[in-house]
Design a protein around this ligand. Structure first.
Ligand SMILES: Nc1ncnc2c1ncn2[C@@H]1O[C@H](COP(=O)(O)OP(=O)(O)OP(=O)(O)O)[C@@H](O)[C@H]1O
Ligand SMILES: [Mg+2]
Length: 269
């Protein structure tokens, strides 16, 4: 089992001419393999800042980040090994893929850099990864991002994230830029992959309904402070913090349930 632990993490952004902005205030939580934790909170609450600190795209101002008890490396090969374990799927599949490179190139790169499989097996591994995200290798492998739909692009980004065989996946609003009609398909795919590979997933979202359906637990962030964390049903049906209640009451229908096929059924109360 892999455990990623944030301990008393604070993040201040220095704003030119305006002093400091406290984006995260004493945040502590753990993410473990095999579990999905949803991180919810309104815009500006600090969700992406947590994602960036977990993947070391940003440094915490204070506090600790521990992977299986060891401090996260700050540079070099050790940091690369850490990033092999903790991978990110970004919100925008248009911006996260390089328009000049083919699908093959995007997925090959981590395979080669991280020496995941012997060189002779790289082609087969690229095809296998595309199949895992339900893309047909023959018709996608030589395409460039602009030749794919948004959903296909996000699947490529997910395949790339899985290439280095991570234990933990940080998904920062992975479907919010996609057409509403295909969001559930991508979320169901992520859920399947999570189970198949026993991944730990941090699912960052504004959407309480999918947070509840796709996550074991929900953590609520308000102005950089974790105000609530608990089993998903408890947090939605019996929120303890007024902010969680306000979020729930403002959200379209957090008591919605999704069946595995992606159809929506209502089960109130
Ligand atoms: N690089 C930066 N420099 C200065 N301030 C920043 C920077 N990145 C984020 N912030 C500020 O930190 C706060 C938290 O931002 P963050 O992006 O983590 O929020 P979020 O919860 O992800 O919001 P959203 O739901 O809109 O994506 C915001 O007030 C934001 O303006
Ligand atoms: Mg964000």
């Amino acid at each position: 089992m892999t455990t990623l632990e944030l301990k008393n993490v604070t993040k201040r952004y220095r704003i030119r001419g305006a002093g400091d902005l406290l984006a995260l205030d004493d945040v502590s939580f753990t993410l473990t393999s095999g579990r999905t934790l949803a991180l919810v909170g309104q815009s500006g609450s600090g969700k992406s800042t947590i994602a960036k600190i977990l993947t070391q795209l940003e440094r915490a101002t204070s506090g600790e980040i521990l992977l299986d008890g060891a401090p996260v490396p700050r540079r070099g090969r050790a940091l690369r090994r850490y990033r092999q374990q903790v991978r990110m799927v970004f919100q925008d599949p248009f911006a996260s893929l390089n328009p000049y490179h083919t699908v093959r190139h995007h997925i090959e790169r981590p395979l080669l850099l991280d020496h995941v499989v012997p060189r002779a097996e790289v082609d087969a591994e690229v095809a296998r990864l595309l199949e895992r995200v339900r893309l047909e290798p023959g018709s996608t492998i030589d395409r460039r991002p602009h030749e794919l739909s948004g959903g296909q692009r996000q699947r490529v980004a997910i395949a790339r994230a899985l290439a280095s065989r991570p234990s933990l996946l940080i998904a920062d609003e992975p479907v919010s830029m996609l057409d509403v009609s295909i969001r559930l398909g991508v979320l169901n795919l992520l859920a399947d992959l999570q189970r198949e590979s026993n991944l730990g997933v941090l699912y960052i979202t504004h959407d309480l309904a999918t947070a509840r359906h796709f996550s074991d637990e929900i953590m609520v962030l308000n102005h950089g402070v974790v105000v609530e964390r608990g089993p998903s049903d408890d947090v939605i049906l019996n929120p303890q913090h007024p902010y969680t209640r306000a979020l729930r009451d403002a959200s379209p229908d957090p008591e919605k349930h999704f069946s595995g096929s992606g159809t929506v059924t209502e089960t109130k109360g």
